[in-house]
Design a protein. Structure first.
Lengths: 554, 38
């Protein structure tokens, strides 16, 4: 990478670290450290919520998915505005008025300590690991592209983030998030503009090319429980997932607890409600346009340079043969694309589709060869955008984009670390180990917990090198617990639910996810949330009906 | 959006606006699909 691009990346890292640490003012008490003294403006909270949700996986994985699979992934977010609307009138006012530090603290007030502890333990388990994957996503790609050891890439993202989160607490996280989301959106918009300028046909013709091979197919109305991204899985499964994520996941709850009033907490969610789907569509569009760009500019056979080099070393003859076939297939596709642009009829459309299938066949063969040589499943999709950025973007903009990928990773990781730390300290340390101590003591423990979770996340990231499509891994892992946790919070709103009903209902929910995840019955992972939440509610209500009402003490 | 959900506007009206905005966005995506996917 050019020194100017490096300078931009380093300047960004320095700025964000200093800015985060500067925000440590006013965090000498737990309220300041974990909740920003409940005094952050609604728009800061709202942008911070968006930034936490948008990780480097989105910048690398989602854009790559747009290039190979088109726009249909956007259906995943269709339930989000619906979920935020429901939360605005249910859980948000409930938790905000309860004046709690964590969402799980509320569960002890409503049920008992064991329900609180199991729920917060499940949160720590899933978020602790997913925090590692969030760092791993860009780190794997940076390592392959720049030829660094994995540890360097992990440290570059992890160390500044852990540092400013540890020192500045949630206030530092929220204010740096604002700058990071602005950087991310600016970088995405700039890349779209550059792509539209560089693609040698009109935007309309470019979209016709993408549409001809299904890249602009957004909606799939089939009701297929095995298909991951359909309109129905997005609206129904997605609503349950987002209800759980925004309503009960401490990384999100902590954010709206920092708002001044219930109304400001609700307003902060409206930013995501209005803008999340358009933003995701724009991010997928980057991938779609990169696909069109590579119709006219020959793409590398392997976007992951490490895999290309491995195949070339192990089997030079096969590599040369594949490269020849790849070049021929690409030339065929480019000619077919030009023909379709000049004469947009069904014959040239069919010819373009056939040429696209031929190129896809060669690429599949090349990836199979890489898998044979390296023994690891090839995840070329995550390398498409970084390779494009480094090779094709104008000087300076590549640095901005790499900084934006880091910003996306850092904002997501910082939010997770703050929430992991608050849950560890409030729900475990303060609850079970040392209930009576002064704020200074808890603050020291909180900072230590943030640091310890940061080190844990970096260690997980260093070893999470080969993970399939990273975005699905993170979402899939969340779906194992999200639905069950949501079920417990739903039960909390039903007055007749008893503590044992909630606790054993939660266990029944986890068992139901274990069953469907091993295929009895088999459903796609977005439906896990629906299955688990409904099981928890049904089992919890049934068990509560059998449990005798506790006698009122005289 | 500024002030929505705060005291100046009843929250129910805001909720309707969010849902209308989502329908509009989905409609635009559907039109994009219809125009370019043959």
């Amino acid at each position: 990478m050019h020194p100017l691009n490096w300078a931009i990346v380093i300047a960004y890292l320095l700025y964000v670290s200093i800015d985060g640490i500067r925000r440590a003012k006013g965090t000498s008490k737990l309220d300041g450290y974990f909740l920003g003294n409940r005094n952050l403006p609604w728009w800061v909270v709202g942008l911070s919520v968006m930034a936490t949700q948008l990780s480097a996986v989105t910048m690398i994985g989602t854009t790559g998915q747009g290039a190979v699979d088109g726009m249909r992934f956007v259906q995943f977010y269709f339930g989000l505005p619906i979920a935020l609307v429901i939360l605005g009138v249910t859980i948000v006012p409930f938790l905000h008025r309860a004046k709690v530090y964590t969402a799980y603290e509320f569960l002890e007030r409503r049920f008992d300590a064991k329900t609180r502890s199991l729920t917060s333990f499940l949160f720590l388990l899933s978020r602790g690991l997913s925090c590692g994957t969030i760092i791993a996503a860009p780190a794997v790609v940076f390592s392959a592209i720049f030829g660094w050891p994995m540890l360097w890439s992990v440290a570059l993202i992890g160390v500044p983030t852990v540092l400013y989160t540890m020192i500045g607490g949630v206030q530092a996280v929220a204010w740096t998030d604002v700058k990071q989301i602005i950087l991310v959106i600016s970088a995405v918009v700039a890349v779209v503009v550059v792509l539209l300028i560089r693609i040698p046909v009109s935007p309309d013709a470019a979209l016709h090319l993408a549409g001809a091979v299904g890249r602009l197919r957004v909606f799939d109305f089939s009701f297929n429980l095995h298909e991951t991204y359909t309109f129905w899985s997005g609206v129904i499964g997605g609503t349950f997932l987002m209800l759980s994520y925004f309503g009960t996941d401490q990384s999100q709850v902590q954010r709206y607890l920092t708002a001044k009033t219930v109304d400001e907490a609700r307003s902060s969610h409206l930013i995501s409600a209005y803008w999340k789907i358009p933003l995701q569509a724009l991010i997928l569009m980057v991938g779609v346009l990169v696909f069109v760009y590579y119709v006219f500019v020959m793409p590398p056979m392997y976007f992951n340079p490490a895999q290309g080099a491995a195949v070339q070393r192990a089997n030079p003859a096969a590599y040369t043969q594949l490269e020849r076939e790849h070049a021929a297939a690409w030339v065929g596709r480019e000619r077919a694309a030009m023909a379709l642009t000049v004469t947009p009829d069904s014959t040239s459309r069919d010819a373009f589709r056939a040429s696209e299938r031929e190129l896809a066949r060669v690429r599949t063969e090349a990836l199979a060869q890489a898998e044979k040589v390296t023994g690891a499943p090839p995840v070329d999709v995550n390398y498409i955008i970084p390779r494009f950025v480094l090779a094709e973007l104008p000087l300076g903009l590549a640095g901005v984009f790499i900084a934006a990928v880091m910003a996306a990773a850092m904002s997501a990781v910082a939010g997770e670390l703050a929430s992991l730390s608050s849950t560890t300290v409030i729900d475990f340390y303060k609850r079970w180990v040392r209930p009576e101590a002064d704020d200074a003591h808890y603050l020291r423990i909180s900072r230590a917990a943030t640091g310890a979770w940061g080190i844990f996340a970096c260690a997980v990231a260093t070893f999470a090198a080969t993970l399939g499509s990273l975005i699905e891994v993170v979402n899939r892992f969340g779906s194992f617990f999200y639905g069950s946790i949501l079920g417990v919070f739903l039960l909390a709103m039903v007055p007749r639910t008893r503590a044992n009903g909630a606790f054993f209902g939660l266990i029944a929910g986890l068992a139901s996810v274990a069953l469907v995840s091993v295929g009895a019955p088999s459903v796609s992972y977005l439906w896990y949330n629906v299955v688990a939440a409904l099981t928890v509610v049904a089992a919890g209500l049934l068990l509560s009906a059998w449990t005798p009402r506790p006698r009122a003490h005289a | 959006m500024n002030g929505e959900g705060t005291k100046s506007a009843p929250f129910r009206r805001v909720l309707v606006r969010v849902l209308v905005a989502e329908v509009v966005v989905l409609l635009l995506l559907w039109l994009l699909q219809q125009r370019y996917t043959v």
